[in-house]
Design a protein around this ligand. Structure first.
Ligand code: GDP
Ligand code: MG
Length: 695
């Protein structure tokens, strides 16, 4: 009968199936070829085309075991709608060896068909039989054991030999001590399908016979250490079913196959075969690597320890998944670099970094969490480290940019407020701007501080605090200088008149007046300074230094005023006026008119000598009341001041020398000049008497 539906077997001639170099036909593929090579290049693409690449655990895997030409492929095709090769009725010499895989029609079931497991019957070596049994055992949840009814009870028959192999191989899988404790729970279901069942012997009898044989085999096996007392049911669950003769009872056969199919697709079927506990827990995306490495182990006759294999697979796949997630992540964060390195502050950097990291992690979690949990957790930590490591330069770069921005805006804001606010309080301006800068920085820094990192911002905040402090210290020093200069200007203005008045009236307490004016004016200046300095948060040392400087400057401006008032022509005028007052006016202040009998000479000498005696008074700042004397430290008195004088950073200040107004030579010059002027006035007075006599 021609094939009319997809589920129907497709018959190939033995020749074409042997010769054709085809590994993939109508959706099925040759997983292991005649040369016993695993088809690593085509498996993953096939999984993809079957729509199983992202299935995770949402797939099942079953394989079939049994002698050749027992209708295995025919059954699989009927059950699953696959299209495995079926031996043609006419040419019963199929000898290909290999394992084929196909996806069940409209079901997430991967089916493996083993070809050529007839070495025993044909007297060939049983190597491939053993290998394929081991391979199937390590991957399938359900092994269909296919046999004719008349083979049941033939203890020496091919099937029993094959099952002995299966059991031996299975014990080998659990040889490692780890497997004995943890893995022993992983069972495989053996589903015996008894073909060409005539109906004479009920199923119960057939299955009892098979169970008895299996138990016998199990006892005859030499078991590895620790498993000596194990039972066959520790490792396997058993199910039995029969099928009528396909050729003789086609309708009954089809019905029975439909019923059997239900066990594979309907989880509510009491005989549902794909129980979760049978699943080998290999995520679909890990199957290519897993099956290939299992086959490799099988081929090299290494001990096949499933838990170890699963752990190795987990490492391999978790790395692959992590790398894929990371490379996507790396592309998406690339743009940050040029902005951060360009000095920009990215407002949404924190949220963006968190989002990209979460995206990468959830990609990883989705695929990798299906693997061995310890490995998955370890690899997740590795990935997290790697992600954080890539983000950390942006975090640090943003902090650096924020830092720079905050410093300059702090300075700008303080200057702006000092410019625009009338009567600003410098200390308050600085304190509030500093708090605002630190607050903004902390908030912005916290926004890029990701959880699950060892990042901190405390040091950066402290660093900014220190640098803002340094800037405000510098600004305060400038501001203090400005203030002191202003105080000095006011001092200079206030001291000018008292000095002028005192020096215009040369009396013995002349300097007392000058010095007491100096003291009270300086007192005012110092009070102003201290009042203003309070809001500047100046230190005690800064205040002391500033006050000392203020005193010196004040003293120097007093001296400058004194110099101005005792300049050559000024002092000469002062002395002449003084002399004239004494010589040309009488005691009542009335101008004198000299008469011949007047003693002009004595009057002249008296007035001249009295005026000359004023020169020493002007020459040295020296009060009559010692309590008024001013004493300021000279730079040479203090080593630290002397050092800065030596370095040229400070003007030298020698207080003692500032007390001297006229040197000895200058005193002589002044008195000589005065004498000449007095002499002239004397001559003039003499002439006036002569002329009055002449009248
Ligand atoms: P396999 O080698 O075990 O895969 O067997 P095949 O599926 O290739 O079938 C071998 C031969 O057995 C074919 O000629 C089939 O037509 C025939 N066959 C298939 N199913 C049955 C069955 O249920 N009973 C009998 N008697 N023959 C069958
Ligand atoms: Mg076959």
């Amino acid at each position: 009968a021609p094939a009319t539906q997809a589920a129907a077997p497709i018959t190939y001639s033995a020749q074409s199936s042997v010769k054709a170099p085809v590994t993939s036909v109508n959706g099925r593929m040759q997983l292991i070829n005649e040369e016993q090579k695993f088809n690593s290049s085509e498996f993953a693409p096939h999984l993809d085309s079957w729509g199983l690449a992202d299935a995770g655990f949402g797939y099942d895997l079953c394989a079939v075991l049994g002698s050749q030409s027992t209708g295995k492929s025919t059954l699989l095709n009927k059950l699953f709608g696959t299209n495995f090769d079926v031996m043609s009725e006419s040419a019963r010499q199929q000898t290909t060896k290999g394992i084929w895989m196909c996806k069940g029609l409209k079901m997430n079931v991967l089916v493996m068909d083993v070809e050529g497991t007839d070495g025993r019957e044909r007297g060939e070596d049983q190597d491939f039989e053993r290998k394929s049994a081991l391979f199937s055992m390590a991957s399938a949840e359900v092994l269909i054991v296919n046999l004719w009814e008349h083979q049941v009870g033939l203890y020496q028959g091919a099937n029993m030999g094959l099952l002995k192999t299966v059991f031996e191989v299975n014990l080998g899988l659990f040889q490692s001590s780890k497997a004995k404790t943890a893995g022993a729970k992983d069972k495989t279901l053996l589903l015996f399908v008894i073909r060409d069942h005539i109906g004479q012997t009920p199923l119960e009898n057939l299955s009892a016979t098979i169970m008895a044989d299996l138990t016998k085999i199990w006892f005859s096996l030499s078991k590895p250490e620790g498993l000596e007392d194990s039972n066959i049911t520790d490792f396997f669950d058993f199910m039995f079913t029969t099928l009528p003769h396909k050729i003789l009872q086609p309708a009954e056969f089809d019905r029975a196959v439909d019923t059997l199919r239900n066990r594979f697709v309907d989880p509510k079927d009491p005989n549902f075969v794909f129980k979760t506990e049978y699943h080998k827990r290999i995520p679909a995306d890990g199957l290519p690597h897993y099956l290939e490495s299992i086959w490799e182990q099988v081929m090299t006759n290494k001990d096949l320890d499933l838990p170890t294999q699963q752990e190795l697979l987990a490492q391999f796949r978790c790395d692959e998944i992590a790398n894929a997630a990371f490379s996507h992540f790396a592309t998406s964060i690339k743009d940050f670099r040029k902005h951060i390195e360009g000095g920009s502050i990215l407002d949404t950097l924190g949220a963006d970094m968190a989002l990209h990291r979460t995206t990468a992690l959830s990609k990883f979690d989705r695929d990798a969490s299906r693997y061995h949990q310890d490995v998955y957790k370890r690899k997740r930590l590795d990935l997290l480290d790697k992600l954080n490591g890539s983000l950390s330069p942006f975090f640090l770069g943003q902090l650096k940019n924020l830092h720079r921005h905050m410093l300059s805006s702090f300075k700008k804001n303080v200057l702006e407020r000092m410019r625009s606010e009338l009567n600003y309080d410098f200390g308050q301006v600085v304190t509030s701007e500093k708090q605002s800068a630190l607050g903004k920085f902390t908030a912005a820094a916290q926004a890029v501080l990701l959880a699950e990192t060892d990042w901190t911002i405390d040091e950066e905040v402290a660093q900014l605090d220190t640098e803002i402090q340094a800037i405000s210290d510098t600004m305060r020093v400038e501001e203090t200088k400005k203030m002191v200069a202003q105080i000095e200007r006011i001092f200079k203005k206030n001291i000018a008149e008292p000095i002028e008045m005192a020096l215009n009236k040369p009396e013995p307490d002349m300097w007392d007046k000058v010095l007491s004016a100096f003291r009270s004016t300086l007192e005012q200046a110092e009070a102003t300074y201290l009042r203003k300095a309070k809001s500047f948060n100046c230190t005690e040392e800064e205040n002391e230094a500033a006050l000392l400087a203020l005193r010196r400057k004040s003293w120097l401006s007093l001296r400058a005023k004194v110099d101005e008032q005792t300049a050559d022509s000024v002092i000469a005028a002062k002395l002449r006026n003084n002399f004239e007052d004494r010589f040309r006016y009488d005691d009542a202040g009335v101008p004198r008119v000299w008469k011949p009998e007047d003693d002009i000479d004595s009057a002249f000498r008296k007035a001249r000598d009295e005026t000359l005696s004023l020169i020493p008074l002007y020459a040295k700042i020296s009060p009559t009341d010692p309590a008024l004397a001013v004493e300021l430290p000279s730079t040479s008195d203090d080593p630290s001041h002397q050092t800065s004088v030596d370095r040229g950073e400070e003007e030298p200040f020698d207080f003692a020398s500032t007390l001297t107004v006229f040197t000895e030579t200058r005193k002589i010059d002044i008195s000589n000049r005065f004498r000449k002027e007095a002499d002239a006035l004397y001559v003039e007075a003499k002439r006036s008497t002569v002329s009055s006599i002449a009248q």
